[in-house]
Ligand binder design. Structure first.
Ligand code: ADP
Ligand code: ADP
Ligand code: MG
Length: 613
């Protein structure tokens, strides 16, 4: 058995791997960038090595530095986690060439599944049903157009080197093909450095079903059943569960057997996932489920499989990498109950899912019996702009799907994070959507109804009344007045917006200037408003700060201009997306520090709005 392990990753997955390694008595070595010097994964490991500046391409993506760190600390093996270098065959080979153990499949297996077109060709040869489409070598626009017309619309153009939901375009008609091909190729060139595409029939009523597979160096391959990851936003998974709702035993048997054949076809060793797309217009049927791609690594959503099988997949990875046979045979594996996972992101759904970064002054995650939280951050820590904004995975289980769903909603309900924003309330709304409750969600649900699910929730009147009592104290304060004989209100600011809070009953013993109101996954700050001449707004409420490092691409206002609440001020391009910054209230542009084309740091003051009194 491996006795020491370097984890070439960060955040929740690094912490997750360290947890199992520690339980198995394996010494752990973390690596970290500047931004992560105080991160949880660094303190959780027995040892940690600094590998460079904050940007991943200068630290977590530099294979040589990671291998050097392993050699310097005497680590025997490297676990890549997911993302970063986990599916990089050259890195896997370099690890092996350095005399270290690579916790993952062979470089040849990674390569075989690395490009979507080659992987599909290989699967066809192995008798695995694949999504109908065109995998041809002829990449001329004319040929692609002809093939797309023959497949029939809608058609999906996919970058062969794509991943993470990027490099895909759904095309509705022949006339729109050319433009979509061009924009898909542009994105593929900049994100993956490879402009080749394949074409697929766009499956209607699509459900994403995937199968966890595991191989060892003794020629055994087993599956650990399926997961359903159909609740997606922009082709990225949001909520995952196991098993898949509506999966009958015969269909399960058929797709799990196909997944094992797929893994065997590439001599697969270690943990892997075979992703399928299902046409669920008439339920899940074996003849309407097709291979999409293989992920040759541990998957983000692996915990739901662990929860229903009782297997620690990281332990299996470490045993297999040490040369041991798989701990269980196929007939020793069974499904018990139901498990569901939600990805908690530092983002603001009400603002177009803008990533939210900064200090975690409050970071509390709900708990229920059997609940599990995999996280890489903690209260007092910080979310930086450099990495993926997923800050935790919240996982619940139950005897039935409904019990797991209710437990997960309860955990999210008790989640309170501030001032960083999260998608907790959005996740709760998704869990309560009638289609999700019924188990009939397709991958387009959030695209169709996302706006309603993402709407900023309002605090309940009970919560506001609690806040009023805390702000009042047992002494009436300035700004407190009787509106009518039996109705008292407290004037306050709710996240900067003036509000009147109903006051019923006596205040709390101690008066507070501001309180954090946490309810149903959301947190608001409520501050007493005092007529001290400063107006309705706190001094800094009108500061328009850059939410992330990025580039100003448009400025819509000039200094001194009058603006109304919600008016577009400027556009920032950051993390490959455009973000619009708007006026928080009616006022004038008192200061303007943004010019088109300028690179700006996080929290740089871009403009200042002065409220109209
Ligand atoms: P990635 O490498 O980005 O994960 P995938 O090929 O796994 O790319 O596709 C990502 C998602 O896109 C799937 O989970 C599914 O929601 C959607 N998708 C992919 N192929 C199809 C298809 N042929 N028809 C409908 N939806 C698809
Ligand atoms: P999955 O199907 O497991 O979500 P994807 O191919 O979509 O896999 O992406 C792999 C995962 O790796 C993503 O969920 C993403 O959150 C994570 N990931 C990608 N890049 C990074 C990064 N730079 N830092 C941390 N995690 C990352
Ligand atoms: Mg995929």
């Amino acid at each position: 058995m491996i006795t020491s392990l370097l984890i070439a990753n960060r955040g929740e997955i690094a912490c997750r791997i360290i947890r199992t390694a520690r339980r198995m008595g394996i010494r752990t070595v973390a690596v970290y960038s500047d931004a992560d010097a105080k991160a949880l994964h660094v303190r959780s490991a027995d040892e940690a090595v600094h590998i460079g500046p904050s940007p991943a391409r200068e630290s977590y993506l530099v294979g040589d530095k990671i291998i050097a760190a392993a050699l310097a600390t005497g680590a025997e093996a490297i676990h890549p986690g997911y993302g970063f270098l986990s599916e990089n065959a050259e890195f896997a080979q370099a690890v092996i060439d350095a005399g270290l153990i690579w916790v993952g499949p062979s470089p040849a297996s990674i390569r075989a599944m690395g490009l979507k077109d080659a992987a599909k060709a290989r699967m066809i040869a192995a008798g695995v049903p694949v999504t109908p489409g065109y995998l041809g070598e002829d990449q001329s626009p004319e040929r692609l157009q002809t093939e797309a017309d023959a497949i029939g619309y809608p058609v999906l153009i996919k970058a062969v080197a794509g991943g993470g939901g990027k490099g895909m375009r759904r095309v509705e008609s022949s006339a729109e093909f050319d433009d979509n091909l061009e924009s898909c190729r542009r994105e593929a060139a900049s994100s993956f450095g490879n402009t080749d595409v394949l074409l697929e029939k766009y499956i209607l009523s699509p459900r994403h079903i995937e199968v966890q597979v595991f191989g060892d160096t003794h020629g055994n391959v087993v599956h650990l059943f399926e997961r359903d990851c159909s609740l997606q936003r922009r082709h990225q998974k949001v909520i995952e569960e196991a098993p898949a709702p509506g999966m009958d035993p015969a269909t399960r048997e058929a797709i799990c057997a196909a997944a094992v054949r797929a893994a065997q076809a590439v001599d697969y060793v270690g943990a892997g996932t075979i992703e399928f797309i299902a046409d669920a217009s008439e339920g899940l049927r074996a003849d309407r489920i097709w291979f999409m791609e293989m992920n040759t690594r541990l998957q983000v959503e692996h915990p739901v499989t662990e929860e229903i099988t009782g297997v620690d997949l990281v332990e299996w990875q470490l045993r297999v990498a040490s040369g041991e046979p798989l701990p269980k045979r196929q007939d020793e594996l069974a499904i018990r109950g139901w498990a569901m996972e939600a990805r908690l992101y530092a983002e603001d759904p009400a603002k177009g899912f803008l990533p939210s970064i900064g200090k975690l002054d409050l970071f509390e995650l709900g708990d229920v019996p059997g609940g599990r939280v995999d996280t890489g951050v903690e209260q007092g820590g910080e979310v930086t702009p450099f990495y993926d904004p997923m800050i935790a995975k919240v996982i619940a289980r139950g005897d039935t799907r409904d019990a797991a769903r209710a437990a997960l909603a309860a955990m999210l309900d008790d989640t309170a994070v501030w001032p960083v924003r999260t998608n907790a309330a959005f996740l709760i709304a998704a869990l309560e959507h009638p289609d999700f409750v019924a188990g009939t969600v397709d991958t387009g649900l959030i695209g169709r109804e996302g706006d309603a699910l993402a709407a900023a929730p309002e605090p309940s009147s009970e919560a506001l009344a609690d806040a009023a009592r805390a702000l009042t104290g047992d002494q009436p304060l300035a700004g407190f007045r009787m509106n009518a004989p039996h109705r008292a209100v407290v004037h306050a600011l709710l996240d900067g917006e003036p509000v009147e809070l109903p006051l019923s009953g006596p205040g709390e013993d101690e008066r507070r200037d501001n309180v954090l109101l946490a309810e149903a996954g959301s947190v608001w700050r409520v501050a007493a408003w005092r007529d001290d001449g400063a107006g309705h707004h706190h001094a800094h409420d009108g500061d328009i700060l850059s939410p992330m490092p990025g580039k100003i691409i448009a400025v819509e206002v000039v200094q001194g201009q009058a603006v109304t609440k919600g008016q577009k001020l400027l556009t920032l391009e950051a993390m490959k997306m455009e973000h619009t910054l708007t006026a928080p209230f009616d006022g004038t542009v008192a200061e303007l520090a943004a010019t088109p084309g300028a690179q700006v740091q996080v929290e740089a003051l871009l403009a200042r709005i002065e409220a109209v009194e």
